[in-house]
Design a protein around this ligand. Structure first.
Ligand code: B12
Length: 315
């Protein structure tokens, strides 16, 4: 898929005149570059952000390699879940892609798409696998299709500002669940974080090294499956201590973190959903760099999505 388009292609896709495109570019609404040959070009990132901000609809999305979008329909997640599940299990990638892009271009936040579409549909696919109605290879194919769609969404997100706070995340060793950790990265990048996911199966000691070297403002851990809980708790305790000493805020989530496990862990925030996390992350985004001295007292004030640490020193 092209990442830069001419004003003519964009005008056709939007069903407007080229002079409108030039006007939006001159007013700064639609970012444009000029080639060395003096030709105006618009990146897909600028266009997608323009469409999200102006809620303008593409009348000929195929000109830009984007799927047909149902312009009339209002967002109904129950209907979208049914359609998304059917498309995934039928390996109809174009239909699955169109459903997610429609929501994204419709200004739905990534957290809503993750919590209200992707998580429940995959929970259902998991249930169908458990009942033998879906084969392992079908479940895997659904994951691969969804991973590609999330990668495409990431390619539409603007690059973070050079001054953006840093965030890193991963899943621990033994945890092969790639969708939730990728979704958290998208939620953070949508807020403007310089968020980088290290993907699956990262030794927590390795994450510690990144914290010491890069001093990110936030580290997130997505835990869907643990092969050895005691070993995880040990390694996690060391990670949390390093984060604490570096002034790095640690946030965790995932179906693998049962309540009894969480009681044995230290963290700033546990999120059942991405929408919980999104609110917490937006507060952390506005924060001044917490100095390591500040964070030298115990992390966990409360383990729901209340932002305990902001009232950590009520005294
Ligand atoms: C896809 C899948 C896999 C795939 C993942 C592939 C991939 N590329 O990602 C693979 C093949 C790895 C897999 C393997 C197994 N799986 Co599996 N798997 C699933 C499935 C169907 C979907 C999981 C998923 O990605 N969901 C989509 C994400 C986005 O949703 P989510 O995980 O719920 O995350 C949400 C929240 O938890 C939260 N969140 C998650 N992480 C974070 C992080 C932060 C910081 C925050 C704030 C929030 C947050 O936000 C998300 C969005 O709302 C689930 C079904 C289910 N109920 O979840 C079964 C499921 C989890 N698997 C199951 C099982 C049993 C297994 C195996 C043990 C099977 C086996 N015997 O081999 C292995 C374990 C292997 C391993 N070492 O990991 C069972 C678990 C049962 C149990 N009670 O523990 C389930 C529930 C299926 C079932 N119904 O039985 N699986």
């Amino acid at each position: 898929m092209n990442s830069f388009f001419s004003t003519k292609e964009i005008a056709t896709a939007l069903g407007v005149s080229q002079s409108s495109i030039k006007r939006w570019s001159d007013s700064g609404e639609l970012e444009m570059i000029q080639t060395s040959g003096g030709h105006r070009r618009i990146s897909i990132v600028s266009l997608i952000q323009f469409l999200r901000q102006t809620q303008r609809l593409l009348v000929e999305p195929q000109v830009l390699g984007l799927p047909e979008l149902d312009v009339e329909e209002s967002i109904d997640y129950a209907r979208e879940r049914e359609r998304f599940q059917t498309a995934l299990i039928a390996s109809d990638e174009a239909a699955a892609r169109s459903i997610v892009l429609q929501l994204y271009l419709g200004m739905e936040r990534v957290s809503s798409i993750g919590d209200q579409l992707i998580a429940p549909v995959f929970a259902e696919i998991g249930h169908l696998w458990d009942c033998g109605d879906v084969e392992i290879y079908e479940e895997r194919r659904c994951c691969e299709i969804c991973s590609r769609i999330l990668r495409e969404l990431r390619s539409y997100q603007p690059s973070p500002a050079t001054t953006a706070p840093g965030a890193i995340g991963a899943t621990p060793v033994g945890d092969l669940y790639s969708l939730p950790v990728a979704l958290v990265e998208l939620v953070l990048r949508e807020q403007g974080w310089n968020a980088v996911s290290y993907g699956c199966q990262i030794p927590l000691l390795s994450l510690e090294k990144i914290i010491i070297q890069q001093k990110p403002r936030l580290v997130w851990l997505s835990v869907s499956f643990l092969s050895d809980r005691e070993q995880f708790l040990q390694e996690y305790a060391s990670l949390a201590a390093t984060a604490l000493n570096s002034g790095t805020i640690i946030a965790v989530g995932g179906n693998g973190l049962t309540a009894d496990l969480r009681r044995k862990m230290d963290y700033y925030m546990y999120g059942d959903t991405l929408q919980h996390f999104e609110r917490f992350a937006s507060l952390c985004f506005q924060l001044q760099e917490p100095s390591s001295a500040d964070s030298k007292s115990s992390i966990k004030e409360s383990d729901s999505s209340s932002i305990g640490f902001l009232s950590r020193n009520p005294s």
